[in-house]
Design a binder for this molecule. Structure first.
Ligand code: XMP
Length: 520
């Protein structure tokens, strides 16, 4: 487990709550650095002077079931202010001599809490009233108050809804202040970090940019770095950050798989090579990819072929640059959070996602992952600070296997050509109608069926184009975007009238789950 030791921080100990990342978001929104670490990984030696406050998250566990080795009790004896949330509140109470048991009534959803006593934690939280609405989600509760604690607020079912030990600066809340449903929840977190932990603001995109540039220089020194540039947001930001930090010691490799969107390769070369003056090695591997994919229709086989070939080509070109010591990657914080297995992401088991991440193991390069402490929207802000265009920064995600997984069945030159055009018209229209930024991801796909149509007086027999546009928080779940009929009508006409090979357009109205975002 590695924490960023240079910055003062609030440390969130995660017990597997679905809201842990939200706690981190709230704190960073206040301009304060924080990190998340799993309760299984945290060690007493990790608790150093940079940690100004601890937050114990909620979680699906029961305090009375928790394995005593999975959380080192000495952590709470370090004289650092602590805020326990839900399960965190229960474990904090237990460790201080309180008792926890199953509640008679479970509390899920909104509940009223009633103020019993003043506390610095609840300054402006109750808005001059005695009652506030909070979001509860628990089946257990603290049944005996730990010694030296006071009750600050109670709900009908939780007598100890907010408790404090003022001298130790220990606070426990049975509800979730990090979710928006809790009225003034942010205020409570604000009070904890600024009034109780007394941490100073240390996290803005500008400071972040300068600090990251400094760190990259210190890590890389005089060595060369390679980076796989895809043109997506994360790899673009990494490339530009390294460009600012080490200039010509950075070598970006951009592989044109032939499965990119229309004009993508031209745009990447124009932006990164010509405008930003990055050492860019452009590899045109279109023919190699299409040859390897010939007659392959199985989605998993396609993904494997593309992933492996990508690595092979990347290695081939990387080896030509002599003396490379580092590989830069656009790994983000959510990819790293150690508690992921606790919260459980299933996506990678459903599809073997291909990312440039992890490349290339055989070359034994050291990794530079400057975005590893950032969330996606922080990466976007950083990109703007680095003078990347809004167009690059607000791009929709694009999968590593590219258009191959948007052409179910066998892939041919003809199909790719048709699909590139359809996708181009769709995305262009979304931008023209100011819809692009309201949508998390949109694309066109070409289905492997031909249907009959009529154009003029002639019969046509052409492919079916599927349009998909979704809204989402993080790609884990998604809903289809609710277009107006006029837009759907316009884009359908445009595609069918402009592209030979498509005579019918359908719009995908499934959510994820049960569907996935991509077709394969
Ligand atoms: P699914 O289809 O699994 O997609 O619902 C979720 C998100 O992941 C993207 N995606 C990929 N991204 N390599 C990537 O880098 C991949 O192999 C891959 N497959 C899917 C997809 O576009 C969506 O944003």
């Amino acid at each position: 487990m590695s924490l960023n030791r240079k910055l003062d921080k609030i440390l969130i100990i995660d017990f597997g709550s679905q809201f842990t990342q939200l706690i981190a978001r709230r704190i960073r929104e206040f301009g304060v650095f924080c990190e998340i670490v799993s309760h299984k990984k945290i060690k007493i030696k990790n608790i150093d002077h940079s940690i100004k406050g601890l937050i114990l998250s909620g979680g699906p566990l029961n305090v009375y079931q928790i394995n005593k080795y999975s959380f080192d009790k000495r952590i709470i004896e370090k004289q650092i202010p602590i805020l326990g949330i839900c399960f965190g509140h229960q474990i904090l109470s237990k460790l201080n001599g309180g008792k926890v048991k199953q509640s008679k009534y479970r509390e899920f959803g909104l509940a009223n809490i009633y103020k019993k006593k003043e506390s610095i934690l609840i300054k402006n939280f109750f808005n001059n009233k005695k009652i506030n609405k909070v979001w509860m989600s628990h089946a257990d509760q603290v049944s005996k108050l730990p010694k030296y604690f006071n009750v600050i607020a109670s709900s009908q079912n939780s007598k100890y809804a907010i408790i404090e030990n003022r001298s130790k600066k220990f606070y426990g809340v049975q509800f979730h202040p990090e979710v928006t449903h809790t009225q003034n929840g942010k205020r409570l977190i604000h009070n904890f970090i600024f009034l109780i932990c007394k941490i100073k603001k240390n996290w803005s995109s500008k400071d972040q940019k300068n600090q990251l540039i400094k760190e990259v220089r210190e890590t890389v020194k005089n060595n060369k770095v390679i980076c796989a540039l895809s043109g997506g947001v994360d790899s673009s930001v990494v490339a530009q950050l390294l460009n600012k930090a080490i200039g010509k010691k950075l070598y970006c490799i951009f592989v044109n798989t032939g499965l990119l969107r229309k004009n993508e390769e031209t745009q990447v070369v124009k932006t990164f090579k010509r405008k930003l003056k990055i050492n860019l090695i452009y590899v045109n591997a279109e023919k190699e990819f299409i040859r390897k994919l010939k007659n392959i229709s199985d989605p998993e086989k396609k993904r494997k072929i593309i992933g492996n070939l990508f690595i092979k080509i990347f290695e081939r070109y990387a080896k030509r640059i002599k003396g490379v010591k580092f590989l830069a990657q656009g790994t983000l914080y959510p990819d790293l959070i150690e508690s992921r297995s606790v919260t459980g992401s299933q996506t990678s088991k459903i599809k073997s996602h291909h990312n440039v991440g992890g490349l290339p193991k055989k070359m034994k390069l050291k990794l530079v992952e400057p975005l590893r402490f950032l969330f996606k929207d922080e990466v976007r802000k950083l990109g703007l600070e680095l003078n990347l265009s809004k167009e690059i920064i607000s791009r929709h995600p694009f999968p590593g296997p590219g258009l191959a997984i948007r052409i179910p069945g066998i892939i041919t030159h003809e199909k790719i050509k048709i699909l590139k055009e359809a996708d181009y018209y769709f995305i262009k229209s979304l931008k023209e109608q100011n819809l692009y930024n309201k949508i998390w991801q949109a694309y066109a796909a070409l289905l492997p069926v031909k249907t009959v149509g009529v154009m003029g007086d002639n019969r046509t027999y052409e492919y079916l184009c599927l349009l998909r546009a979704i809204t989402s928080e993080d790609g884990m779940t998604a809903d289809f975007f609710d277009f107006k009929k006029t837009f759907i009508q316009m884009i359908s006409n445009k595609i069918v009238n402009s592209i030979r090979g498509i005579n019918r357009v359908v719009y995908d109205v499934t959510s994820k789950p049960p569907s996935t975002i991509e077709l394969e």
